[in-house]
Design a protein around this ligand. Structure first.
Ligand code: KG4
Ligand code: ZN
Length: 334
């Protein structure tokens, strides 16, 4: 089965050709970072317009690179939500038009399920069910229990900022350009992570929820203080990163203590973070839990993960090309 995946939920215009939900024949993503950087975040109106300008070329490029003409596809998969409505509708309209004209099956995929199935790409062995996913991106932070391809349950989620959002906002406080996550990661590698003790959020009771706004605020107050004004930014970045990683790993351990999963997956843009990856792998080795972390290009938003999700969730996502709609608040459960 060869699927074309289309992803336009936020600011990246992406298309990919994937064989059997695993082998990536091509994955093309046109980043819009340069268009949004001067505003310090994604501007929805600009994102939608750029998708309109780029989508056809990105799909053509993906087909050419994979040497797969459109008429040889077995299906077309598209992100239908959650995300920015003005961005989603561009991909959904494009996918509907292609599916209708080519008379191919159309699959409407949940973006977050895409991040889960990114772990199946380019791997000899897929994560065995049931597995736990720590999904940390610019828009979402959650722990997900995956019993089967279509039985996914959120165990805990952020109560305020997503992990990536906390990275981007803290990076901005440190004067780093948007999107600041990767730059903060690099800066932190030269710093002392024990230098400052920033707060680690603990949810009450048996909740597995997360929160990052207190941490971000604490960094801001520190930077405005007497000591903060002369602090080495490397040390502040490393200490902030250590707090984020501690909070995330505490939730992963707590989820595993409650339930035996057969594997653990780290996914979403923040999964590219070097300290988080190191902590996740070290915990996996110590606890004898097989750990799956997609390569960085499949951790951040991409279309290959959307094609993969559609492959594994074929029956549940099959849609009518005339009726499929984008849903900015698409619920996580089917
Ligand atoms: O998954 P993604 O591409 O988009 C969303 O669906 O949100 O995630 C983007 C987020 C941004 O906040 C970015 O700063 C963060 O992932 N990110 C990182 C790193 N690489 C990307 N955060 C920390 N360290 C990194 N190396
Ligand atoms: Zn995403």
């Amino acid at each position: 089965m060869i699927f074309l995946g289309i992803e336009t939920s936020c600011d990246d215009t992406a298309a990919a050709i994937v064989h059997d939900g695993r082998d990536v024949l091509s994955s093309v993503a046109s980043s819009q970072d340069a268009f949004h950087a001067k505003y310090g975040g994604v501007v929805p109106e600009i994102a939608g317009r750029r998708h309109v300008a780029l989508l056809s070329a990105v799909i053509e490029d993906a087909c050419e690179r994979a040497q797969t003409p459109l008429d040889s596809l077995d299906g077309i998969a598209v992100t239908r939500g959650p995300g920015l409505i003005g961005s989603l509708v561009v991909g959904v309209a494009g996918a509907k038009a292609l599916a209708f004209a080519l008379r191919k099956p159309l699959y409407g995929v949940n973006h977050l399920h895409g991040h889960v199935f990114a772990a199946f790409l380019e791997r000899e062995e897929a994560p065995p069910y049931p597995f736990l996913v720590l999904l940390v991106s610019g828009g979402h932070s959650q722990l997900v229990a995956v019993e089967s391809a279509t039985c996914l349950r959120i165990l805990g989620r952020t109560r305020d900022d997503a992990a990536g959002e906390a990275y981007d906002k803290t990076a901005r406080l440190l004067g780093l350009p948007y999107p600041g996550g990767p730059a903060l990661d690099r800066l932190a590698q030269r710093g002392d992570s024990n230098k400052y003790a920033f707060p680690r959020h603990r949810a009450g009771g048996d909740s597995l929820d997360l929160s990052f706004s207190g941490l971000k605020t604490s960094v801001r107050y520190f930077l405005e203080s007497e000591a903060g004004r002369t602090a080495r930014h490397e040390d502040v970045a490393a200490s902030f990163q250590a707090a984020v990683v501690d909070v995330l790993m505490a939730r992963v351990r707590a989820a595993f203590e409650r339930n035996g999963y057969r594997a653990a997956v780290l996914s979403g843009g923040v999964a590219a973070n070097s300290a988080l990856q190191a902590a996740f792998r070290a915990w996996g080795a110590q606890s004898a839990v097989p750990v799956f972390i997609p390569p960085p290009k499949y951790c951040t938003d991409n279309a290959a993960m959307i094609a993969a999700a559609a492959h594994y969730q074929r029956d549940a996502t099959l849609s009518d090309p005339l009726a499929l709609t984008a849903d900015p608040n698409l619920p996580f459960l089917f």
